[in-house]
Design a protein around this ligand. Structure first.
Ligand code: HEC
Ligand code: HEC
Length: 440
C-alpha cells in the first residue's frame, strides 16, 4: 500500500520530460516544414503520452489488486479470536463479566499443571534409571545432599534413617519416611536443584528419583523408572500414616474453658523459636542464625509489656576472612576478588579458605597456587589426586583454570562432584580470590 507513491512517481516523471521536450521544440519553429516536423513530433509525443497513460492505468490497477489482497488479509486476521493471536490482547467483552482477564490457553494451563498424584496421574511421559541418575545427581544435587544422598553438613539427608522413626530424634528421609514416590518426583521436578528450580527434564527427573531410590537400597541400578510404573511403586513407610482424628478423639479430653478473669498475671518468654532452627546459613555448617540470648527479653503481663525493647542492631555478618581478603589490593584487584568471593559460594559447601580453614568434604584451599596437588594433611584424596601428589605436580594458574573449567576431565576419577565453572570470568575471579589467601 505505502508502495504506491514510489511506483507512480517515476512513471509521471517520464511523462513530464516528454511534454517539456515537445513544448521546447514548438517555440523554436517559424518555418512551415519546421512546423510540420514539430507537429509530427507533437503527435508522436501525444502518442507516447497515451501509451504512458495506459501503462499508468495498468500500474494503478495492479496497485489496487495488491491493496485489496492486503485488506482481505487484515480483515482475516482481525476476524480471528483475539486470544489465539495475542497474549496481551484486550479481554473480549462478555455478558455479566467485568471485562478483566481472558481465558487461559491450554498451553498455559499445561505449563502450570505439573502436580503428580500418588497413583501416578499427572506424570509426564519419560523414563530413567539410577545409573544415569547417579551422574546427574553428582552434578546437580550432591553439593548439598552428598554423593550418596547422605546430606552435606546440615543440608537434608535423602537416604537411610530406616528404623529410626520411633526414636526421639528420627531421621526422616525419602526412604524412611515419605509415603508416596509421586511426591519425590513432584518435589524434585518442581523445586530442585535448590535455586535452579524448573531446569530438570522429565527423563532427568525419573533418573534422579531412581538414583534416590537406589541410594536407599530400594531398587537396583538397572531398574527403569517411568511414568508407567512410578505410581505402583510401594514406599516402605506407606502404611506409617494415620488419619488425624484428634479433633474428635482427643480435643475434648484436654480442652478447658479459656480463663477470662483473674488469670495468670505474668507470662515470660523462655525460648525463641530461632534457637531451635538449625537450617544452616549459606553453604552449610555452624548455624549463626541468631546470636541473641534469652536475657533481656521483655516479659508480658496483663498490664502490658514490661518494657518496649529497643531494636537490636543486626549482628555483623561479615566473616573475618572476607575482611582480610579485601583490605590491601588496588581497587580493580579488589573488585575482582569480590567477584571471586561470590563465585566461591559454589565451592563453600565443600571447601573452606582463609584463617583457620578446615577440611570439609573437600580440602582447605589456603595458599593453593604453588601448593602440591593432593597434599593437604589429613585429607583423604582420590587415587588420581594421590598420584598427582606422588608426581609432585604443583597448582599454578593454568592448571587451576583448566581443572575448575571441567574438574572431571582434567582429573579423571576425582571425587570432586562439581561440574565446573562455565564462564571464563568466573575462573579468573576465583583464582584472584584464592590468591588473596596465599599468605595463610
Ligand atoms: C544448593 C543446595 C541444594 C541443591 C543443589 C539441591 N538441593 Fe534439594 N534441598 C535443599 C534444601 C535447602 C532443602 C530443604 C528445603 C526446604 O525444607 O524447604 C532440600 C530438600 C530436598 C528434598 C526434600 C528432603 C526432605 O526430606 O524434606 C529432596 C527430595 C531434594 N532436596 C532433592 C534434591 C535433588 C534431587 C537435587 C538435584 C536435582 C537437589 N535436591 C539439589 C538444598 C539443595
Ligand atoms: C561437592 C563438593 C565440592 C564442590 C562444590 C567443590 N569441590 Fe573442590 N574438591 C572437592 C573434593 C571432594 C576434592 C578432593 C578431590 C579428590 O580427592 O579427588 C576437591 C578438590 C579440589 C581442589 C584440589 C585441592 C588440592 O589439594 O589439590 C581444588 C583446587 C578445588 N577442589 C577447588 C574447588 C573450587 C574452586 C570449587 C568451586 C568453584 C570447588 N572446588 C567446588 C569437593 C568439592
Amino acid at each position: 500500500m505505502s508502495k504506491s507513491p514510489n511506483i507512480l512517481l517515476p512513471a509521471l516523471g517520464v511523462t513530464g520530460i516528454v511534454l517539456g521536450g515537445a513544448y521546447g521544440t514548438m517555440t523554436r519553429s517559424y518555418k512551415a516544414d519546421e512546423a510540420d516536423i514539430a507537429r509530427a513530433q507533437a503527435q508522436a509525443a501525444e502518442a507516447r503520452l497515451v501509451s504512458q497513460e495506459e501503462a499508468n492505468t495498468d500500474l494503478k490497477s495492479q496497485i489496487a489488486l495488491v491493496q485489496d489482497s492486503a485488506k482481505a488479509k487484515i480483515a482475516e486476521l482481525e476476524a480471528r479470536p483475539a486470544v489465539a493471536t495475542s497474549m496481551s490482547a484486550p479481554a473480549p467483552v462478555r455478558d455479566g463479566a467485568m471485562g478483566l482477564g481472558r481465558e487461559a490457553l491450554l498451553e498455559e494451563i499445561a505449563a502450570w499443571d505439573v502436580d503428580v498424584l500418588p497413583d501416578g496421574r499427572g506424570l509426564p511421559e519419560g523414563t530413567g534409571n539410577a545409573f544415569d541418575g547417579e551422574e546427574l545427581f553428582a552434578d546437580k544435587c550432591a553439593a548439598c545432599h552428598g554423593d550418596f544422598a547422605e546430606g552435606v553438613d546440615n543440608w537434608p539427608v535423602l537416604a537411610g534413617g530406616f528404623d529410626t522413626l520411633a526414636d526421639e530424634d528420627p531421621v526422616k528421609t525419602v526412604g524412611s519416611y515419605w509415603p508416596h514416590l509421586s511426591t519425590v518426583y513432584d518435589y524434585v521436578y518442581r523445586s530442585m536443584p535448590f535455586g535452579e528450580a524448573g531446569t530438570l527434564t522429565p527423563d532427568e527427573t525419573y533418573a534422579i528419583v531412581a538414583y534416590i531410590l537406589f541410594s536407599n537400597d530400594l531398587i537396583d541400578d538397572e531398574f527403569e523408572l517411568s511414568h508407567e510404573n512410578l505410581g505402583a511403586f510401594k514406599m516402605p513407610n506407606k502404611d506409617g500414616f494415620v488419619v488425624d482424628d484428634r479433633p474428635e478423639a482427643e480435643y475434648a479430653a484436654w480442652s478447658v474453658e479459656p480463663c477470662m478473669s483473674n488469670c495468670k498475671e505474668e507470662v515470660t518468654v523462655t525460648m525463641r523459636s530461632v534457637f531451635l532452627v538449625n537450617t544452616p546459613p549459606e553453604g552449610g555448617s555452624e548455624s549463626v542464625m541468631n546470636p541473641a540470648s534469652v536475657e533481656g527479653l521483655p516479659s508480658f503481663s496483663s498490664a502490658g509489656a514490661s518494657f518496649i525493647p529497643e531494636a537490636q542492631a543486626k549482628p555483623e555478618a561479615v566473616v573475618e576472612v572476607a575482611a582480610a581478603a579485601v583490605e590491601e589490593p588496588a581497587d580493580e584487584g579488589a573488585e575482582l576478588i569480590k567477584a571471586g568471593e561470590k563465585v566461591f559460594k559454589k565451592c563453600k559447601a565443600c571447601h573452606e579458605v582463609g584463617n583457620g580453614a578446615k577440611n570439609k568434604s573437600g580440602p582447605q584451599l589456603n595458599a593453593l597456587i604453588g601448593r602440591t596437588m593432593g597434599s593437604v594433611e589429613g585429607f583423604k584424596y582420590s587415587n588420581v589426586f594421590q598420584a598427582a601428589a606422588d608426581e609432585g605436580r604443583i597448582w599454578d594458574e593454568a592448571s587451576l583454570t583448566e581443572f575448575l573449567a571441567k574438574p572431571k576431565s582434567y582429573m579423571k576419577g576425582t571425587r570432586m562432584s562439581f561440574s565446573g565453572l562455565k564462564k571464563e570470568g568466573d575462573q579468573v575471579a576465583i583464582i584472584a580470590y584464592l590468591n588473596s589467601f596465599l599468605g595463610e
